[in-house]
Design a binder for this molecule. Sequence first.
Ligand code: SF4
Ligand code: SF4
Length: 222
Amino acid sequence: MMVFTGAVKNMFGAIAGVEKAAHHMNMPDYDAFADNIIDICEAVKPDLSIMDGIMGMDGNGPSAGNPKKVDVIIASIDPYLVDKAAHDLINLSVEDSYILTQAKSRGVELDYTVVGCEIKELFCDDFDIPFRKSMGIKRRGLLNSRILTYFRTKPIVDKDICIGCEICKNNCPAEVIVMKNEIPDFDYKGCIRCYCCQELCPEHAISIKTPLIIKALTSKRS
Ligand code: SF4
Ligand code: SF4
């Protein structure tokens, strides 16, 4: 949903359990949700942020992605700079990242100095970034067209992998999942595309399907 999970988004963990769902429901717009994450980070004010990127994760994280050996540890008293350095390492621009875009618009300083080495020495050029903010902007424009309303990314379930545990159903903020024959069934009209279901599925049975037309329209930026 946010493209990237790092030091700033980590502060969402300060919100207790089911309260997280209310945040998703109240702020289904991705930019508003990113703003909300920044508010939480500003309230918590972490003294030190350490990103253990010896083994990172790419693809559809934060729990269902692929282990990725990056071999870095990034630390700073400023969580935004930890994230900016990580963005630079994986070639993710501020403009393609919801949280840093919002942070920049608030005037957060994103210039940093690396101590101990050159950042280009650490560059990871094959990091799988599954979605970029620019894709969302284009998609939102497309959604203004009634014809293309149905061409949205959406969670889909692999029935052969699903074990019917109902974790996705019980954690869907929009309550749009019902179980049919012990398999989740999604009401996509009410789905807010938060991807909590995909994130929380212990079997990795849920994936995010991007329609071919969106892939084609956004392929130049990805
Ligand atoms: S969380 Fe995963 S395994 Fe459990 S019901 Fe949902 S899709 Fe199936
Ligand atoms: S179905 Fe999944 S993506 Fe849609 S609102 Fe529920 S948890 Fe979020």
